[in-house]
Design a protein around this ligand. Structure first.
Ligand SMILES: CC(=O)N[C@@H](CCC[C@H](N)C(=O)O)C(=O)O
Length: 383
């Protein structure tokens, strides 16, 4: 196959968009990526599958005169969101949608890989198609399985995330922290169910959950330095079965965000205190669990990011935007804690936010993103 045209890239993106799959279940996505890559020029590449992480895919590109190995990562999973875009290529998997733009990420990665299969790079390259970014931290899982050992360990790692607030195709980046660290929180409240008419004989966990949620609202407003900021969002609450039975149990699921590990730990401590307080005042069992997994703050490496930004600013065809840190999380933070690198934004110009059922990234961002990344990588390899 020759170099992919813009039309071919759009077809790829639409196919991926139509067939989204949840974290660690990206089997048809994996097969489609593999089939697509097998159509590329195989002369310089080696494709690798990982038995213990079956939806992951890696591709090694042999450089012509390698000084280093450059890694490029894309995530491949989708979200449990019911698509409401009305697009002709909307999701065919009910209740699942590429609502975070990973279809765009994969297409850009394929575009860049395809270019380097046609134009042998100077340095070696590794393309990592990573499962499970939205949950289950596929990047950390891969690292801990030893996927990046030996020649498969990049010296430096790059990856992008789409950004609806930036113009289509623009590249956004910053020195230091790009994304927050996140920690998942699950709270189980256990009291005693009973008849709606006899509250004195029951222990109502709807009321306890409401109290817990209300009290938590004071953590960020009263216990967090406003200059540093933090987020606690509960996206899910389950309690009770019917209007006239007092709920003996409730479950709350949420996520914490902070730009430093210290802030995350501070919020975790305060949540534990609020949970203990609600347990005491309601005579309930409140079990709170935290899981950070690989969602460490995304810390861009100074030297590599300075070079990346310098390139983007002077490249006439790249529109560069210096961005603020964002409270979105990314398990690329874990990989960047092990291997130096840079994460950056690709603008996709849309009114809908990430994780929204109406997210509709502008496809013109794809060829622009592919072009900017190829030019950056060639600059990096040849400076
Ligand atoms: C880019 C993006 O939206 N990433 C996710 C990462 C989720 C991390 C974890 N599962 C959590 O919910 O805390 C995000 O929600 O920011």
């Amino acid at each position: 196959m020759a170099q992919l045209t813009q039309e071919a890239l759009i077809d790829i993106r639409r196919h991926l968009h139509e067939h989204p799959e949840l974290a660690m279940h990206e089997f048809t996505t994996h097969d489609y990526l593999l089939a697509t890559i097998k159509k590329f020029n195989q002369q310089y590449i080696e494709i690798r599958e990982v038995k213990s992480l079956p939806t992951a895919l890696l591709v090694y590109v042999n450089g012509s005169d390698p000084q280093r190995t450059i890694g490029y990562r894309t995530d491949i999973d989708a979200l449990p969101v019911t698509e409401a875009t009305g697009l002709p290529f909307a999701s065919k998997n009910p209740g699942v949608m590429h609502a975070c733009g990973h279809d765009i990420h994969m297409t850009v990665a394929l575009g860049v890989l395809n270019y380097f299969t046609e134009h042998q790079p100077k340095d070696n390259m590794i393309f990592f198609f990573q499962p499970a970014e939205e949950s289950e931290n596929g990047g950390k899982v891969a690292y801990e399985l030893g996927v990046f050992e030996g020649k498969w360990r990049p010296d430096e790692f790059y990856g992008l995330h789409d950004n609806p607030d930036l113009p289509a195709g623009a590249i956004g980046c910053r020195m230091g922290t790009l994304f927050a660290g996140t920690t998942e929180v699950n709270v189980d409240l256990i009291g005693k169910s009973g008849h709606a008419a006899y509250p004195q004989d029951a222990n109502d966990m709807v009321v306890a959950a409401a109290q817990f949620i209300n009290q938590v609202q004071t953590i960020v407003s009263r216990s967090v330095n406003p200059i540093e900021g933090g987020v606690i969002t509960f996206g899910k609450l389950d309690a009770g079965t019917i209007r006239n039975v007092i709920a003996g149990q409730a479950r709350i699921e949420g996520t914490i965000r902070g730009l430093t590990q210290k802030m995350i730990e501070h919020i975790v401590d305060r949540l534990q205190q609020v949970a203990d307080g609600v347990a005491t005042s309601y005579g309930a069992k409140v079990d709170i669990q935290f899981n950070q997994g690989g969602y460490l703050p995304v810390e861009n490496n100074d030297e590599l990011t300075r070079r990346f930004i310098a390139f983007a600013k002077q490249d006439a065809k790249t529109e560069f935007v210096e961005t603020e840190p964002a409270m979105t999380g990314e398990d690329f933070g874990y990989l960047l804690s092990k291997i130096p690198g840079t994460m950056f934004w690709l603008g996709v110009d849309d009114d809908s936010q990430l994780h929204s059922a109406t997210l509709n990234p502008k496809e013109s961002s794809i060829p622009k993103g592919v072009g900017s990344i190829i030019r950056f990588l060639n600059y990096r390899m040849n400076e």
